[in-house]
Design a protein around this ligand. Structure first.
Ligand code: SF4
Ligand code: F3S
Length: 78
């Protein structure tokens, strides 16, 4: 799955959520977050983020804070 790092904090542009084909990106508090169980790794969100906050899990710089929000925060799938 892709993950959203710290550059999103304070920006929360939300373009990523608009382009995600499976609608798995949601406001998760200080930043947006990606539901790892639903992300299909298409990469569409990566290119639209104005602050390049999104990367495949494991490829974000460690100082960005890699942990996605806990699964309990994800809205139920429709
Ligand atoms: Fe959605 Fe694709 Fe981004 Fe995953 S990689 S969160 S499926 S837009
Ligand atoms: Fe955040 Fe970038 Fe999405 S700033 S809300 S990850 S488009």
């Amino acid at each position: 799955a892709h993950v959203i790092g710290e550059p999103c904090i304070g920006v929360k542009d939300a373009s990523c959520a608009s382009v995600c084909p499976v609608s798995c990106i949601h406001d998760a508090g200080d930043r947006y977050g990606i539901d790892p169980d639903r992300c299909i790794d298409c990469g569409a969100c990566v290119v639209v983020c104005p602050v390049s906050a999104i990367a495949p899990e494991g490829l974000l710089p460690t100082e960005w804070g890699l942990q996605p929000p806990p699964a309990a925060q994800w809205p139920a799938q429709e």
